[in-house]
Design a protein around this ligand. Structure first.
Ligand code: ZN
Ligand code: ZN
Length: 148
């Protein structure tokens, strides 16, 4: 099944729960925005999203967009990361595996990697502290091979 079909309903559920808890409504505009976000590949900034939306027929004000993005982070639908570009990058985290970002400071390229060993180490660390990990965010800044 396609990723969007598979995970969008779960994301809608999370957003709806979040909005209800905060006495807000799952409006048509919010549903449309969430749907649009599920069309994005990988990481995107608010400005990139705004640009894509303006090309399409989704009309949302900048203020609404920023507010909605932070709501979706709180609802557990989006993750935010800082790649040292001076703006926040978002990515859908529903149905995706936690990963580490390798950020090349020369080219700005971002690579996603996963490590079972690292996850085990983090689980072990958390367990010793009586802590349950819900998500993690690890960014490594450096220079990739082949780049000076
Ligand atoms: Zn950027
Ligand atoms: Zn990522």
């Amino acid at each position: 099944m396609e990723y969007k079909e598979k995970y969008l309903p779960a994301a809608r559920g999370l957003y709806n729960d979040f909005l209800k808890k905060n006495k807000m409504f799952f409006t048509k505009e919010r549903a449309q925005l969430l749907d649009f976000i599920f069309e994005q590949k990988g990481h995107f900034s608010a400005d990139e999203l705004m640009f894509e939306m303006q090309k399409g027929d989704v009309k949302v004000s900048r203020a609404t967009l920023y507010r909605s993005l932070s709501q979706m982070v709180e609802a557990g639908i989006l993750g935010e990361s800082d790649f040292g570009h001076g703006h926040t990058h978002y990515e859908v985290t529903v149905g995706t595996k936690p990963h580490v970002h390798l950020i090349c400071t020369e080219t700005g390229d971002v690579k996603e990697v996963q490590s079972r060993k690292l996850e085990d180490a983090l689980d072990d660390l958390a367990m010793k502290e009586g802590f349950r990990i819900k998500r993690y965010k690890i960014q490594l800044f450096g220079v990739s091979k082949g780049t000076r």
